[in-house]
Design a protein around this ligand. Structure first.
Ligand SMILES: Cc1cc2nc3c(=O)[nH]c(=O)nc-3n(C[C@H](O)[C@H](O)[C@H](O)COP(=O)(O)OP(=O)(O)OC[C@H]3O[C@@H](n4cnc5c(N)ncnc54)[C@H](O)[C@@H]3O)c2cc1C
Ligand code: FES
Length: 268
């Protein structure tokens, strides 16, 4: 069941230029969340103009659950400041309260019989993959983690990912760290036999990841991003086209996703 709560911020700190890590107190979300799910955060501020009181921005903003601490009831969000909503979020401080819905959507499927997996993350697409990585490692799965960004300054969570025990492969567009070039080129050269590949990043990147993995007969799960309004399946603003056998249909990213079978959403 979806929970709507007013939740206290514990921390909201810059981890790199324009990237923030927020900790929120929520025993409910921490206990219920699975990797790949998201929360929907209201950032509207009551603006008292001459005559009107408006809510701006009106719509909630979706953010993946980056990590949870079940014992302490803490939920973490890793986000990039890109516009008004994320700017307002970045101005929040410890003890401020946010209206948050979650956990929402369907997360990544982690089958019991997998022994080896690849994770491919581009830029802020790394946000949901850390929680996934922890869950895979806890299940005894060996993980190759492919991480790409424009430059070294935008490569997040390097130490955290390595210290968990993943095999880390890095690519930067400008060559400031790791292999120079796109993370998909690195994947193309290095992807070995794994039971499953998981990816989150730009649509362009994820489409290439799906092509590379499917060519080797490896199933892929992708975490889709679409602009959202309600976040709970009611408004249809977030639909994406999905292939179902020889037919196409539209699925709601907030309700049926955000995680989909890569073959059905990327090969349409
Ligand atoms: C299921 C889901 C999970 C998400 N998880 C995360 C997450 O964990 N961390 C995170 O940082 N973001 C995440 N996002 C994206 C996040 O919701 C948007 O960045 C946010 O809504 C932007 O709000 P805004 O008001 O700041 O920007 P807006 O005013 O809505 O947009 C400002 C500008 O930024 C562009 N923009 C919007 N989103 C992005 C984006 N993601 N990257 C680059 N440019 C963008 C817009 O096209 C526009 O030009 C997720 C989105 C979805 C659907
Ligand atoms: S955001 Fe309303 S249906 Fe998905």
């Amino acid at each position: 069941m979806t929970i709507l709560e007013d939740l206290k911020i514990l921390k909201n700190e810059e981890v790199a230029k324009n990237y923030m890590m927020m900790e929120i107190k929520s025993e409910n979300i921490a206990r219920k969340a699975v990797p790949g799910q998201f929360v929907h955060i209201s950032l509207n501020e009551k603006v008292n103009g001459n005559k009107n009181i408006t809510n701006d921005p009106l719509l909630r903003r979706p953010f993946s659950i980056h990590d949870v601490d079940v014992e302490r009831g803490i939920v973490k969000i890793l986000y990039k400041v890109v516009g008004k909503g994320t700017f307002l979020l970045s101005r929040k401080r410890a003890n401020d309260v946010l209206s948050i819905m979650g956990p929402l959507g369907n997360g990544f499927a982690i089958k019991k019989d997998i022994a080896k997996a690849a994770i491919v993350a581009g830029g802020i697409g790394v946000a949901p993959m850390y929680f996934l990585l922890k869950a895979l490692l806890k299940n005894g799965v060996e993980v190759d983690f492919y991480l790409g960004a424009l430059s070294k300054s935008e490569l997040l969570l390097l130490d955290e990912i390595s210290s968990l025990g993943a095999n880390l492969h890095i690519a930067t567009d400008d060559g400031s760290m790791g292999k120079k070039g796109r993370v998909i080129d690195l994947l193309y050269k290095n992807l070995k036999t794994v039971d499953v590949t998981y990816t989150c990043g730009s649509k362009l990147m994820m489409r290439e990841v799906v092509k590379i993995a499917l060519a080797k007969g490896i199933p892929v799960q992708v975490s889709m991003e679409e602009k959202m309004a309600c976040g709970i399946g009611a408004c249809l603003s977030c639909v994406c086209k999905v292939k179902n056998n020889e037919h196409f249909e539209y699925k709601r990213v907030c309700a049926e996703g955000p995680v989909f079978d890569g073959k059905s959403v990327m090969m349409v």
